[in-house]
Design a protein around this ligand. Sequence first.
Ligand code: ZN
Length: 138
Amino acid sequence: MLTHEIEVKTLRHDMMLDITADVVRAVAASGVTHGAAIVYCPHTTGAITINENADPDVTNDMLQQLGKMVPWNQPFYAHDEGNSAAHVKSSMFGCSETIPIVDGKLLLGTWQGIYFCEFDGPRPRRAIVQILDGGQPA
Ligand code: ZN
């Protein structure tokens, strides 16, 4: 299977959930040794990003700073759903990341992890992993 779906259950209004292990499993199951993995978020108030997964203070600091940069309430927000801040944060982080696969492994740096970002939770979510098969190196 080259397309995998990861079920994500977010537990807070704003959070960054480490899904690296799920992506690693998807790559292993694909049997692809050289190529790339696209990790994609099909939600308009979520995102995918790569950042440090060693110290949890990093993601906490990032979420706090994001909250300061994009306040939940603004007098000019007109969107009826009332979650304009979540839409802004989603586009700031973006809905996908692409990670090279070499020798069957994701080329993540030592301190890098792949995160599903929730900006309007908690709710059930999903992330899509699309594995691109680059064939064998010449
Ligand atoms: Zn909305």
